[in-house]
Write a protein that binds this ligand. Sequence first.
Ligand code: ACO
Length: 321
Amino acid sequence: MYSRIAGTGSYLPEKILTNKDLEALVDTDDAWIRDRTGIVERRIAAEGQTTCDLAEQAARAALAASGLAPSDIDLLIVGTTTPDVVFPSTACLLQQRLGMGECGAFDINAACTGFIYGLSVADQFIRAGTVKRVLVVGAETLTRMLDWSDRSTCVLFGDGAGAAVLVADQEPGILSTHIHANGGYSHLLKVDVGVSRGFKAEPRGGLSVQMVGNEVFKVAVNTLGRIVDETLEANQLGQGDLDWLVPHQANLRIIKATAKKLQMSMDQVIVTVDRHGNTSAASVPLALDEAVRSGRIKRGDRLLLEAFGGGFTWGSALVVF
Ligand code: ACO
């Protein structure tokens, strides 16, 4: 038994924040941001618009594409580091919004790797025969916890959501998923505030993304290089056997390094970082949905999805679409 992607969906908030807009906020410039990250603009959730609001739009689009109703879903997984509230989980809020009945529903916090982790868990449930239809969502409002005076982080992130409906099928489907983490790197990329530490009556409750960007960059390039090897080896495939790379959209230079490692031309790489920025757990499903809807990714194509994020966490999925 395999899990097959029956439909994808995504949603981006309307408000666009350009690099030029950021020049008015911090000591930065459009040329630096484009050159060092590939980002030109990003979307920002409207006031009052929550992660669950974004997730709902993406989920409805994915369900429509799959031809399934919310009540057909057996399990709901949401990858997010920016839940609406501590609990109920965003998955529980979304389940109620969609009118899904009483299927299992939970969030996964694996930072930017949240969607890949969700895909991996969903795939295990389907392969085990426990469930037949899973909705996996990656949704974030990361811009809510940015320090807008810190140029080294505030230029990088955006808000959005993406989703995929997985169904049990005799035909592949997801061929393999691979997930890893190393908590020893937590000091390089973190939001250091939670219920036991650091709550403040300051702006954003003291929440702010802190990152040692150049160190994260080096580990990301190295680690993603290793996980693409691991994924190809597990499936006894070579570098020429992939149709598309659907990478996490953090930085165009990291994406190019992974494509180079795979000897793939940039024509075979889905890039949205220029328009979305880094939307964390939403970035891979957003890129996937955009490529599916534009007709670039077609049924039967072989895709490598990968992500790297805070934790550190990283993961990949090899998928026949
Ligand atoms: N505008 C202008 N200058 C800037 C800006 C900015 N927005 N930000 C930093 N600089 C300056 C720095 O102050 C530094 O100046 P200095 O040399 O005078 O000290 C200079 O630019 C170079 O800084 P670096 O940090 O070394 O720049 P780098 O080329 O590494 O690019 C970046 C920074 C874009 C953050 C890059 O390191 C990166 O993309 N890192 C990885 C991000 C990532 O993948 N995160 C994982 C996912 S996120 C998650 O999980 C939540």
